[in-house]
Design a protein around this ligand. Structure first.
Ligand code: ADP
Ligand code: MG
Length: 288
């Protein structure tokens, strides 16, 4: 590509809210055969809210929420923000926290009011004795079940739902119409991921993927001969974004994701991927 042609191409893209790093990125977009989409914050808005609280062992909703929110105040994860917001809405007083630790892709641990708290996925928190039905119901609805244990005892499951972006289904349909294989990659549970995938028309799902494995999943597709675009918003997506043939950051996500990417969708509209591919095909044609 001549510098001039690339400038014309990327200038047009900027009007559509797509920032393209360099001409090489535009050329890669033309060669793509697979697009991998992160779920939380990419296919969904990344603005989750607590939709249900189920407790056991004499715990009240408020008592659990106060402990969880106090601990999550130290977290930068959208789920943590949702849990904190739920406690604020209820006007709950938050106890003091020591020994906070974030475990990326799993949850958090902390000591709150002298009690050992674990908040996160099932792998971190353990078998939710007496709460399985609540967890299953949340996942079937496409919500994330957040498990809570106090001093090693399961005490609650919170359902946290993140609405699907209104353009996601259309973007997936357009990508598939262009002949691309569309994948969903998420650290979330299988059942939650499947429920969201059905809603947006994605067939290929890999769930319960740890952050380090996201890049491996991209590499596996490349090993099959695919030219892969990865689109994500989170710190946990950065290695996969860097590994992909084309890294596409959701502009409403973290700076780390944007820095690891070749392309940024400023407003997070996934149809921007389709526009970038169409643009690359046009631009490359023009300069030949
Ligand atoms: P995604 O790939 O969907 O963006 P992550 O890899 O960030 O998700 O997290 C995977 C899972 O780990 C989440 O679905 C959630 O169950 C759990 N998790 C991660 N961080 C937190 C947190 N701060 N609080 C509660 N649960 C968490
Ligand atoms: Mg995400």
């Amino acid at each position: 590509a001549t510098p001039t042609a690339v400038m014309v191409g990327t200038g047009r893209a900027a009007e559509l809210g797509i920032l393209i790093g360099d001409g090489q990125a535009l050329e890669q977009a033309r060669r793509l055969t697979a697009v991998v989409l992160d779920k939380t914050g990419t296919i969904t808005r990344g603005r989750p809210a607590v939709t249900a609280v189920t407790t056991r062992g004499g715990w009240t909703d408020d008592a659990v929420l106060a402990l969880v929110a106090a601990a999550e105040a130290g977290s930068e994860h959208p789920l943590g923000e949702a849990l904190l917001a739920a406690a604020r809405e209820r006007g709950l007083a938050l106890p003091g926290v020591t020994a906070f630790e974030a475990l990326p892709g799993r949850g958090i641990t902390a000591t709150v009011g002298g009690r050992a708290l674990r908040v996160g996925n099932r792998a971190l928190v353990g078998e939710p004795t007496g709460l399985t039905a609540a967890a299953d119901a949340a996942a079937r609805d496409g919500a994330t079940p957040v498990y809570v244990a106090v001093d090693g005892e399961p005490v609650a499951v919170l359902a946290v739902a993140d609405p699907v972006r209104p353009e996601s289904a259309e973007a997936v349909a357009q990508l598939r119409a262009l002949g691309l294989e569309v994948w969903m990659l998420t650290g979330d549970t299988e059942a939650t991921a499947r429920a969201i995938a059905v809603r947006v028309g994605i067939e290929h799902v890999r769930a319960e993927v740890r952050p380090a494995q996201k890049a491996e999943a991209v590499a596996a597709l490349q090993a099959e001969g695919h030219v892969v675009a990865m689109c994500g918003d989170g710190i946990n997506d950065a290695p996969a974004l860097a590994r992909a043939d084309l890294g596409i950051a959701v502009g409403t996500g973290t700076d780390v994701a944007i820095a690891a990417s070749d392309v940024t969708l400023v407003g997070g509209d996934l149809r921007g991927i389709v526009a970038a591919i169409a643009l690359s095909r046009r631009t490359v044609t023009t300069i030949r």
